[in-house]
Design a binder for this molecule. Structure first.
Ligand SMILES: Cc1cc2nc3c(=O)[nH]c(=O)nc-3n(C[C@H](O)[C@H](O)[C@H](O)COP(=O)(O)OP(=O)(O)OC[C@H]3O[C@@H](n4cnc5c(N)ncnc54)[C@H](O)[C@@H]3O)c2cc1C
Length: 447
């Protein structure tokens, strides 16, 4: 079995599979190691905004309806006594529709798409640790070498040169012996657990928002409806503005007899809220969404943390890039992460192509790879800084309550806010709200 490549990608969710595809298209020899076997469940809302659809178009993945991709025309928002529909805007830079597809299928198709371009995507390989080289030689990262591993930082001599992986069976149990895999570039796309980054001591930034969300699948006769629905009133306990939580519930129809139904809350500083999200979800559904005639629940309610606004940095250290959730790349305004993981994969590939052109000039090579982190900040840093302010504001129940009650029915306000929340606007030109939003994003410091 081949264990050396130009790039080793760890994790083949949307970030890793997209990276494997883009890199393979550029002629890199890529091995992607994914611990699970497809099709596998991933806790997600399964919803794709036009920003994510654009990423699918850029990567060349077809999305026909007869293969389960259900289009949506916009967002229906429910709250403060209002029920209003906001169609996706007709913009030059984005398609005017969103999509949904269960992640079990989505991730599998993206992985197949990577394979079709020549990437060697291996299922059932769990990466346990990194191999690092420093001035004293090579070592495997573990708790005994943690201090040495923390020296792998931009501009330093120590660099990641490989990974140790073990085969897993269908149940995810590690069954094989440890196998070294080596490459000059490792892409860590291992999701919110960020195991590889943590091994290098790259901790979560505590001044960034984190979400917690739960979801399940529920039968509904409205499963083919072409709207994503968001409920902006999630209460902890008694209904009253002082108990309004920062977050929302969603119903995303999937066209297969069910909808993905879920709920998420936000903490501006990532501090644990102590909330019982499953209980919140049951309470929300008991009081709302009767018009969906929700029937049998299919599967369990499952939850996960959502790392936002670049909460793990640096995104590049010598020999390794963080792509997607491992780098905390989820949008703090809406909890969307697939589009950004795919965008990061695209940018990572651009940097890898530039590094290849640097040839044997190590300084130029490292500088080209490091440009990945800068590109991500240029692309999203300003917008995410705005998102951090937003998260801090809506943590106050009164602010949240005023926004829902008085903001929602104001068309002029919502013209702007719907673009802001979805991150779907014309970056150059467009109407007044596009121009205002791009100006704010430019002014906001990227951090
Ligand atoms: C409840 C919930 C709802 C959400 N709803 C939406 C939504 O509707 N739309 C949206 O865009 N985003 C949503 N998100 C966020 C979205 O799920 C993530 O942002 C997205 O999955 C990030 O992709 P990724 O490739 O970075 O990580 P992941 O999708 O987590 O993929 C990581 C992959 O790495 C593999 N892996 C992990 N560790 C290892 C290892 N050591 N070795 C080998 N493989 C490994 C995992 O098996 C996995 O396949 C939601 C999140 C939650 C929790």
């Amino acid at each position: 079995m081949r264990t050396e490549a130009d790039v080793i990608v760890v994790g083949a969710g949307p970030g890793g599979a997209a990276a494997a595809r883009y890199l393979a298209v550029e002629g890199f020899d890529v091995i992607a190691l994914e611990k699970s076997h497809y099709p596998r469940e991933k806790v997600c809302g399964d919803g794709l905004t036009p920003r994510a659809v654009k990423e699918l178009q850029l990567i060349g993945l077809e999305t026909p309806r007869d293969e389960g991709w259900i289009p949506n025309r916009g967002l229906r928002m429910v709250g403060g006594g209002h029920r209003l529909e906001f169609p996706w805007h007709d913009l030059e830079s984005f398609p005017d529709y969103g999509l949904s597809l269960p992640r079990a299928q989505f991730d599998h198709r993206l992985a197949q798409h990577a394979r079709a371009a020549g990437a060697d995507v291996r299922e059932g390989w769990h990466v346990d640790s990194l191999i690092v080289r420093d001035g004293d030689g090579e070592f495997v990262v573990d708790k005994d070498t943690a201090e040495r591993a923390a020296a792998v930082r931009p501009g330093g001599e120590a660099r990641v040169v490989g990974v140790i992986a073990r085969e897993t069976d269908e149940k995810g149990r590690k069954v094989g012996d440890p196998v070294e895999h080596r490459a000059p570039l490792i892409i860590s796309a291992d999701g919110v657990s960020a195991r590889l980054a943590l091994g290098l001591g790259i901790e979560r930034k505590v001044n960034r928002p984190m979400g917690v969300a739960v979801r399940t699948y529920i039968e509904t006769p409205r499963h083919e409806e072409e709207w994503m629905e968001g409920h902006l009133e999630i209460w902890s306990g008694e209904r009253g503005s002082s108990n309004l939580l920062p977050g929302y519930g969603w119903i995303f129809p999937l066209g297969d007899g069910t909808a993905n139904v879920g709920l998420g809350t936000l903490s501006a500083k990532g501090t644990p809220s102590g909330l019982d999200h499953r209980a919140l979800m049951r309470d929300w559904l008991d009081h709302s969404a009767a018009d969906w005639e929700l029937g049998e629940q299919v599967g369990q309610i499952k939850g996960a943390a959502i790392p936002m606004a670049f909460n793990r940095q640096p995104h590049y250290v010598p020999g390794m890039m963080l792509v997607g959730d491992s780098g905390g790349m989820v949008n703090p305004f809406n909890g969307e992460g697939i589009a950004y993981a795919m965008q990061a994969a695209r940018r990572a590939t651009e940097a890898a192509v530039a590094a290849r052109a640097a040839g044997n000039d190590d300084r130029a090579y490292q500088a080209a790879l490091a440009s990945y982190a800068r590109m991500m900040k240029d692309d999203l840093g300003g917008y995410y800084s705005l998102g951090r302010v937003f998260a801090t504001l809506i943590e106050h129940p009164t602010v949240m309550s005023i926004c829902v009650k008085y903001g929602l029915p104001r068309p002029l306000v919502m013209e702007f806010v719907s673009r802001l929340l979805a991150d779907v606007y014309e970056p150059r030109g467009g109407n007044w709200s596009d121009k205002l939003l791009s100006a704010l994003v430019r002014i906001a410091p990227a951090a």
